[in-house]
Write a protein that binds this ligand. Structure first.
Ligand SMILES: O=P(O)(O)O[C@@H]1C[C@H](O)[C@@H](CO)O1
Ligand SMILES: Nc1nc2[nH]cnc2c(=O)[nH]1
Length: 308
C-alpha cells in the first residue's frame, strides 16, 4: 500500500457552530494513496505526542513525514513543542502513525477540529490510540518527571456543553450517544503497568484521573483546590476530545500524562508554571518515555490486542 495526501469528503459532520460544510467536505486529509514513498502496511496504532514529547515519532523506522502545512485545510500547529506533522513508520514490528503536534482548543480551533485527525486515523485502519500529554501534577504524591497512566477523565469543557460530538451525529463513525465509563481500556492499562514494572519504572509510574481545561491560562489556586476535591490527579489542556472521538468510532484508548510541573495550590509562594518548564521536564524524560512506549507497543502486539 502507498500513502499520499488526498482530498476526502467523508470526515466531517455538519456543524451548528460556524463551520462551513462545503469547506469541511473539501478538506484534504492524509489517506491511503498512490504517490511518494510507499509503506507496505497501514498503521494499527496512532500515537498523539503531547507538548515536548515529539521524540516518540523520531524513533520510527521507515519513516515518512507529512507536514501539516502540506495537507490543505488541515489545522496547523501553533504551539512550541508541537512540530506539526504526521509521521508514518514502524515502531518495532508495528506500523504506527504519530501526530507530532496536536491541536488545542485554546489555539482557536473548535473541538471537532482538534480531534478530527482521529477520524482520519479510523479511515486508515487504526485500531488503538496512545494519547500522551504534558500535565500539572495535583496529586501530592506526584513529582515532576512522573508518568501517570490515565484511568479516567473529568471533562470541564463538556460540563459547559462543548464536545467533539456536538452537532448532527455522523452515523458512519458511531452512535449519537457514546458510553465513556471504560474509555481508557482496562486491559491496556493493566498491560502498561506490567510493562512499567518490567522496565523498573514503578517508582515514577502512577495511575490517576486527568482533567482537561480550555487554557491557555494555567489554573488559579482556587480552581486547583476545587479539582483536588473532585479527585483529579493531573490537569492539562488536551486529550479528552481525542479520546471521545476515538471511543465514538470504536478505537481503543490508552493514555498517559507526563507530570511536567507541580500545581501551585498555595497562596504563600511565588512559584508559577510556564511552558518552558513544561518542555524542559518533557525533554528530561524523553528516553524513558520512548522505552516505555516502545515496550508497550511491542507487548500489545505480542498479546494480540491489535489485528495481524
Ligand atoms: O499538548 P499537551 O496537552 O501535552 O500540552 C500541554 C497543555 C498546553 O498545551 C501546554 C502547557 O504548557 O502543555
Ligand atoms: N492546565 C494545565 N496544563 C498543563 N500542562 C502542563 N502543565 C499544566 C498545568 O499545570 N495546567
Amino acid at each position: 500500500m502507498r500513502w499520499a495526501l488526498l482530498s476526502n469528503s467523508r470526515l466531517h459532520h455538519d456543524s451548528s457552530n460556524g463551520h462551513n460544510r462545503q469547506q469541511q467536505d473539501d478538506t484534504p486529509l492524509a489517506l491511503r494513496g498512490n504517490t511518494v514513498n510507499p509503506i507496505s502496511v497501514a498503521p494499527k496504532i496512532a500515537i498523539i505526542c503531547g507538548s515536548g514529547l515529539g521524540s516518540l515519532a523520531t524513533i520510527l523506522d521507515e519513516k515518512i513525514d507529512f507536514p501539516y502545512e502540506q495537507i490543505p485545510h488541515f489545522p496547523q500547529s501553533t504551539v512550541p513543542g508541537h512540530a506539526g506533522k504526521l509521521v508514518v513508520g514502524k515502531m518495532g514490528k508495528v506500523p504506527v502513525i504519530c501526530m507530532q503536534g496536536r491541536f488545542h482548543y485554546y489555539e482557536g480551533y473548535p473541538l471537532w477540529k482538534c480531534a478530527m485527525p482521529i477520524r482520519v486515523f479510523k479511515l486508515l485502519g487504526v485500531e488503538m490510540i496512545v494519547v500522551t500529554n504534558a500535565a500539572g501534577g495535583l496529586n501530592p504524591d506526584y513529582k515532576v518527571g512522573d508518568l501517570m497512566i490515565i484511568k479516567d477523565h473529568v471533562n470541564f469543557p463538556g460540563f459547559a456543553g462543548e464536545s467533539f460530538l456536538r452537532g448532527p451525529n455522523d452515523e458512519r463513525f458511531g452512535p449519537r450517544f457514546v458510553a465513556l465509563n471504560s474509555a481508557y481500556d482496562t486491559e491496556l492499562r493493566k498491560l502498561a503497568k506490567s510493562v512499567a514494572s518490567e522496565l523498573g519504572m514503578n517508582d515514577f509510574v502512577h495511575e490517576g484521573v486527568y482533567t482537561m481545561v480550555g487554557g491557555p491560562n494555567f489554573e488559579t489556586v482556587a480552581e486547583l483546590r476545587l479539582m483536588k476535591l473532585l479527585g483529579i490527579d493531573a490537569v492539562g489542556m488536551s486529550t479528552v476530545p481525542e479520546v471521545i472521538a476515538a471511543r465514538h468510532c470504536g478505537i481503543k484508548c490508552f493514555g498517559f500524562s507526563l507530570i511536567t510541573n507541580e500545581c501551585v495550590t498555595s497562596y504563600d509562594t511565588d512559584d508559577e508554571p510556564d511552558h518552558e518548564e513544561v518542555m524542559e521536564a518533557a525533554s528530561r524524560r524523553q528516553n524513558d518515555l520512548v522505552r516505555f512506549v516502545t515496550a508497550f507497543v511491542d507487548t500489545v502486539k505480542s498479546a494480540e490486542l491489535i489485528s495481524k
